[in-house]
Design a protein around this ligand. Structure first.
Ligand SMILES: CCCCCCCCCCCCCCCCCCCCCCCCCCCCCC(=O)SCCNC(=O)CCNC(=O)[C@H](O)C(C)(C)COP(=O)(O)OP(=O)(O)OC[C@H]1O[C@@H](n2cnc3c(N)ncnc32)[C@H](O)[C@@H]1OP(=O)(O)O
Ligand SMILES: NC(=O)C1=CN([C@@H]2O[C@H](COP(=O)(O)OP(=O)(O)OC[C@H]3O[C@@H](n4cnc5c(N)ncnc54)[C@H](OP(=O)(O)O)[C@@H]3O)[C@@H](O)[C@H]2O)C=CC1
Length: 515
């Protein structure tokens, strides 16, 4: 019997960010492996016209939860959605709900965050720093609390090259930042943001680093651990391979490449692609929850959940495998044939952006206008290129994360726990994983049917023919213009034509002789 699974039985667990990518997989695994847990409280806000209950209903009725319903048929009764907005005081939780949370919670998993790179500093601080502080305050009032697990990111210290499992302080104290956000106006915040984030690339990584400092400073007597995942990708094994439900990280780029919008990227092929499957992160998180509660380490332990130092893969290999998978499993209605290149040169990037991205978008929009439709491709392309430019920082550098605590924890697990809560990335076969990832993007994000693959392949053939025709026409036009202007070009042209004519005449004469 798994000790970790047994540990969660009968427990009341509080999860923030349960409606997010990682939160859903965390809930799924908990219900599937510990169906006897008492209750999972989730802090949810209404969104996109859905009430909190409707959101939970939708999650539980999704494909991700199909296996859970077999193992834990009363899952609806074990999940308690609590109306909450982490941007508000006391999270806008009602008094009764707050009382219940404070008196019953045994374990907290804090996953909620804004993961947008371009979020305004005020908002990123509110969610990634202030809300963490408030949650810790709540946790300190929970008499039954056994462990508080905070999800950070391996990139919180991406300004460093080698990162240990320790908290690195930021120059300005988080408390000062929180206070200043109360009274500074947006214009001043905009002005000081570059100075505050320093050599980090965005407000996300900066505020996640501040969040860690808050955890350290406010930990008091709590049993706390911090998990730092790198780039979280689709599921590797559980509950089934390839599950993904948002565009973050590589998923959006896989779509953009598969649909033929993105054909070149400024990326270093040899740089380490530190991707980590979401189920691996969740398995480590649950193991850390158990270890922190049962072994009560004296200090806050940080666990790196990364792949680079144990089973490295680089962006070149990853890009190549993504492209190879498109050959077998193409996406439907592609704009152009998927083709791609990595370049590390800024001028080449600008050239590719103009020739391979913007020009086809402009031509397509011209075609849309001619056929009486609204042009849209240039706008889509501009947004895509903006997104790509924000991700470039992460595909042109390599980091080294030490993983002593993570490896120590692995050695502490029983063989059964190592199997059920597997977070050993050395067992990951990248080629297989990437193929399943692309397939998952097609099925779960794009919602495309496998039956459409032959038609998608036909469509790609048509695109190839259009591409050849277009290039030939372009060549002939360019050549014609050149001939009109240059005597030398004319001479070359007549030489080629007469050579071809002689060759054909010889060929015809020799075949006549044979007859
Ligand atoms: C020698 C080798 C030869 C091989 C040749 C192969 C070459 C291949 C070259 C190109 C093909 C590539 C193939 C793919 C290969 C894999 C390569 C993958 C590279 C992946 C890089 C990932 C780096 C991630 C780093 C993460 C580090 C930190 C990790 C964390 O801790 S947090 C989680 C990460 N967070 C995020 O990812 C959030 C990022 N997103 C944002 O911040 C915002 O969305 C935004 C980018 C600022 C855009 O904001 P907007 O205001 O414009 O609005 P919105 O968010 O609504 O989105 C706008 C439109 O953009 C779409 N979109 C959103 N995200 C992505 C995305 N990641 N990729 C693509 N598109 C995205 C969104 O859908 C909107 O679209 P619209 O509705 O049509 O307008
Ligand atoms: N994805 C990745 O590549 C990585 C993620 N991480 C970390 O993992 C954690 C989970 O990330 P991930 O699941 O990918 O992120 P998502 O963006 O998918 O989920 C974020 C979650 O936070 C919730 N949330 C945001 N704002 C509020 C609010 N004001 N009130 C209540 N809830 C709110 C969201 O709720 P709602 O659905 O209502 O918006 C959602 O449930 C984060 O801490 C992130 O920093 C770390 C490394 C990499």
């Amino acid at each position: 019997m798994s000790m970790i699974a047994a540990f969660y039985s009968g427990k009341s667990i509080l999860i923030t960010g349960a409606t997010g990518f990682m939160g859903k997989v965390l809930m799924e695994k908990l219900f599937r492996t510990s169906p006897d847990l008492k209750v999972i409280y989730i802090l949810v806000r209404p969104k996109a016209g859905q009430t909190t209950q409707q959101r939970v209903f939708q999650i539980l009725n999704s494909k991700l939860f199909e296996k859970v319903k077999e193992v834990c048929p009363n899952v609806h009764e074990k999940i308690r959605a609590i109306y909450a907005d982490l941007n508000q005081n006391d999270f806008a939780i009602s008094k009764e709900d707050m009382q219940e949370l404070l008196s019953c919670t045994n374990i907290v998993f804090h996953c909620a965050a804004t993961v947008r790179f371009d979020d305004h500093l005020r908002h990123a601080v509110q969610l990634n720093v202030t809300a963490t502080q408030q949650l810790l305050l709540m946790a300190s009032q929970m008499p039954k609390l056994e462990a508080f697990i905070h999800i950070s990111t391996a990139f919180s210290n991406c300004n460093l090259k080698h990162i240990d499992e320790v908290i690195y302080p930021c120059p300005v104290e988080p408390k000062k930042i929180i206070d200043s956000m109360e009274w500074l106006d947006d214009a001043i915040i905009d002005e000081i943001t570059p100075k505050l984030i320093g050599d980090r690339p965005n407000t996300y990584t900066y505020t996640k680093a501040l969040g860690e400092m808050v955890v350290q400073q406010e930990s008091g007597n709590l049993n706390i651990a911090i998990i730092r995942p790198s780039i979280v990708g689709a599921t590797w094994q559980e509950p089934f391979p390839g599950w993904v439900d948002n565009l973050n990280g590589p998923s959006g780029l896989i779509i953009a490449a598969g649909k033929g919008f993105l054909r070149a990227i400024r990326a270093t092929p040899m740089a380490v692609a530190d991707l980590i499957p979401v189920d691996t992160v969740v398995n480590l998180t649950l193991a850390v929850g158990w270890y922190t509660a049962v072994h009560r380490p004296k200090s806050t332990l940080i666990y790196h959940c990364t792949s680079g130092n144990l089973n490295p893969c680089n962006w070149g290999k990853m890009g190549f495998q993504v492209l190879a998978t498109f050959e077998k499993i193409p996406f439907e209605r592609a704009f152009r044939r998927p083709y791609a290149d990595f370049t590390t040169n800024t001028i080449t990037t600008q050239y590719w952006n103009a020739v391979s991205h913007r020009a086809p978008a402009i031509i397509y929009d011209f075609y849309l206008r001619l056929t009486g439709r609204k042009p849209r491709m240039t706008k889509v392309m501009n947004r895509l290129l903006r997104t790509v430019s924000m991700l470039e920082y992460f595909v042109n550098r390599s980091w080294e994360w030490s993983t002593y605590n993570t490896e120590m924890l692995m050695s502490e697990l029983s063989p059964e726990d190592q199997r059920v809560f597997n977070f050993d990335v050395r067992q990951l076969n990248w080629l297989e994983y990437i193929e399943n990832y692309v397939l998952g993007v097609k099925k779960y994000l794009l919602k495309e049917d496998m039956a459409g693959i032959p038609e998608a392949k036909q469509h790609l053939k048509r695109l190839r023919n259009i591409h050849y025709l277009f290039n030939t026409a372009l060549f002939l036009i360019a050549w014609r213009l050149l001939i009109a202007r240059s005597q030398m070009a004319r001479n070359v042209w007549f030489f080629i034509v007469s050579f071809c004519y002689k060759f054909l005449s010889y060929f015809r004469a020799s075949s006549t002789l044979k007859v």
